[in-house]
Design a protein around this ligand. Structure first.
Ligand code: LFC
Ligand code: MG
Length: 433
């Protein structure tokens, strides 16, 4: 029986702050980082890999949190977790002492995501399928068994989830074939980081346009006239038929958002992302009401299913940007995806980090094929950084994600990349001193 006999944990960091890749109004100089987990097995069957994303300092705290969770899975058989994944998720988030330092938020929940996603990776590899395919091949009952509905049954019951999934059963094969043929539509954030010069933004936008991208996101939230200048420049490059999104990364007050978005409305943004505190559900609802028809998007800092439930119940968002590793791994992501479908909110998962695009392609494919059956309002974020470190990196053609076919969750990094970026001893960090 396949058993996890060792949990290996690494602190991996990439010095992206040197080029200001990933920079925004709140996070001025991130070093894209991963608390990285490898679940080793006793019998030569595939390892499970998982990571959670941070932006540098503090990654060591998440590593320590994973160390604290590791005894909950060390020595366990794979089937003891996958036979009832919903129960397993309750166990890993429900340790009676560890729970106090969450629950379901902060470093302990980020750590949960790394472990839970590693279990999914291992399960999918053992089944010989990519994670999205493992999910779409499940019956509605099997899928619902992977979920823990605690605290959300006022918004979605297991029975309703089964009905939602059954509704899409008939068209699954066609949508799967369509995705294999056409890929899943994406948008790029790579031209719009706040720390880039005008020239760099222009040339990256031009390149992205030539590659076939039609949706572009820019960072805003500094000086508003600067934001307007950058937006004008991007509109000059991409024209008015392509789509522009704006991301303020939490820097504004509620009223301030309204004033600033009225100023920036002339650039016709599809959405304003993270305008204010990620925890301010009613604030987002207020903003949404006052900045329409500009949409409101958030989710990369929304840490659990209860918060998403309330965002949906309060009609506070137009786009759900769930994060594959901010939520407690795939089980919670699936539950949020189902709630989003019930409330009619499209999911546009968050990709701005290391490995996040590798994860989210599986989620959006699953959403389209098995849950929502719709591409309306849905675009999957892409950032053009660090993919070369992954064994099965995302493949993009003409602005569309190509369907991943390799077994697993696409998140395993090359051993060489791990070694070079291990913090602080890896070669990538030696130039610092
Ligand atoms: C610090 C990060 O790069 C963020 O700026 C990034 O995740 C961003 O919010 C995004 O939407 O991709
Ligand atoms: Mg963002």
């Amino acid at each position: 029986m396949t058993t996890i006999n060792r949990v290996e944990i690494q602190d991996i960091r990439f010095p992206t702050s040197r080029s200001l890749d990933g920079s925004d109004a709140m996070n001025a100089a991130p070093d894209y980082s991963a608390a990285y987990v490898i679940l080793h097995t006793n019998d030569g069957s595939p390892e499970g890999h998982g990571l959670t994303f941070t932006i540098g300092r503090g990654n060591e705290i998440v590593v320590t949190a994973i160390q604290s969770l590791a005894p909950l899975i060390e020595g366990r058989t794979l089937s003891s977790m996958t036979d009832n994944m919903g129960h397993f998720w309750r166990e890993i988030t429900g340790d009676s002492q560890l729970r106090w330092i969450g629950p379901d938020k902060g470093a302990i929940h980020l750590a949960t995501a790394a472990i839970v996603n590693a279990v999914w990776d291992m399960w999918a590899k053992n089944e010989g399928k990519p994670v999205w395919k493992l999910l779409v091949d499940m019956t509605p009952e099997q899928l619902v068994r992977c979920l823990d509905f605690r605290f959300v049954t006022d918004a979605l019951t297991p029975e309703e989830a089964i009905c939602l999934l059954r509704r899409q059963s008939a068209g699954k094969a066609d949508r799967e074939a369509e995705m294999r043929r056409d890929g899943y539509p994406g948008y790029t954030t790579s031209a719009g980081w706040l720390g880039y010069s005008d020239e760099k933004v222009r040339s990256l936008a031009r390149e992205a346009l030539a590659e076939g991208w039609t949706h572009f996101k820019q960072k805003i939230g500094g000086d508003t006239e600067e934001d307007a200048h950058r937006a004008a420049l991007l509109r000059e490059e991409i024209g008015w038929d392509n789509v522009l999104m704006m991301d303020a990364n939490q820097v504004w007050e509620v009223d301030e958002t309204v004033t600033k978005m009225r100023r920036l409305a002339e650039f016709d943004p599809l959405w304003i992302e993270e305008p204010t505190s990620p925890d301010d559900i009613l604030g987002h609802a207020e903003i949404r009401h006052r900045v329409a028809p500009i949409g409101v998007a958030t989710g990369e800092h929304c840490h659990n299913k209860v918060m998403f439930k309330q965002f949906f119940q309060a009609d506070a968002i137009d786009y759900c940007q769930l994060d594959a590793a901010r939520l407690g791994g795939l089980n919670e992501v699936i539950l949020v995806t189902l709630m989003a479908a019930k409330f009619g909110v499209p999911i546009c998962p968050h990709g701005g980090g290391v490995g996040l695009c590798e994860y989210t392609q599986h989620i959006s494919l699953f959403d389209y094929i098995a849950v929502s059956g719709s591409l309306e309002g849905r675009v999957l974020e892409y950032v053009d950084h660090l993919h070369e470190h992954f064994i099965d990196p995302v493949i993009i053609k003409r602005g569309r994600y190509q369907v991943p076919e390799a077994p697993g969750y696409s998140i395993a990094m090359h051993a060489e990349s791990q070694a070079q970026h291990r913090f602080p001893e890896g070669a990538a960090w030696q130039e610092e001193t």
